[in-house]
Ligand binder design. Sequence first.
Ligand code: NDP
Length: 249
Amino acid sequence: MATIKRIAMVTGGMGGLGEAICIKLAKLGNTVVTTYSPSNTKVQKWLKAMNEQGYHFYAYPCDVTDFESCQACIRKMTEDLGPVDVLVNNAGITRDMTFKKMDKINWDAVMHANLDSCFNMTKQVCDGMMDRGWGRVINISSVNGQKGAFGQTNYSAAKAGMHGFTKALALEVARKGVTVNTISPGYIGTSMVMAIPKEVLDSKIIPQIPMGRLGKPEEVAGLVAYLASEEAAFVTGANIAINGGQHMQ
Ligand code: NDP
């Protein structure tokens, strides 16, 4: 895959999927920057561990639910490193419970972290991408935004909303060399999925996946790398499933 060195910002890059995305984009020669929650105390340890593996990542504190925090983060990193060419809106959370038990706090938390975050981060970089005539916005949604999931009215709504955002923005920026796409992973073996009780994974989730296994973070990272590449210039407004055949549209 031919790659020109770009500056890539991956939100939540210290998480299971985010780390694999950071590594893949770095291997392709990009300068990789990630965000971490201001409350995260593991960042120096993570940066050191990555350094020991040969990856030099940059990390900035940012609460993706907070517009001003995103503004400050992008302003500082742009001063330090230059403007963002590739934005991967990857940070996200789950707060699963049936609708009967769903309270406003857990509804709002999931909407803010998964959906508002796309506005909060993309708003900081989109005009610059258009001015420079090149940009990639990649939104990490979920299979459960496509098909719905029991106990996830909040998450399914937020993740479905991300793709509405993708399609509308893709239309607005298409002539400016900026593409906007959604990736909808199925169940990937990260801590978010490993938090599901093993008996539920074995009895309810794996049997729904025709490939009979969880996805690997590296498999999602490869798709991100493609969408970030020059070759993907004609792909925009797409919602690309990567789910082992669990859900086909
Ligand atoms: P993790 O829980 O491992 O990582 C989530 C990341 O999001 C963390 O790095 C966390 O940072 C960051 N984050 C959460 N809230 C905030 C916030 N308010 N501000 C800044 N950063 C925040 O999850 P995964 O790697 O598994 O998931 C990554 C993305 O992929 C999510 O959007 C998820 O919904 C999606 N996805 C995952 C699937 C899976 O099977 N794993 C399937 C489908 C979609 P910190 O630790 O610093 O708080």
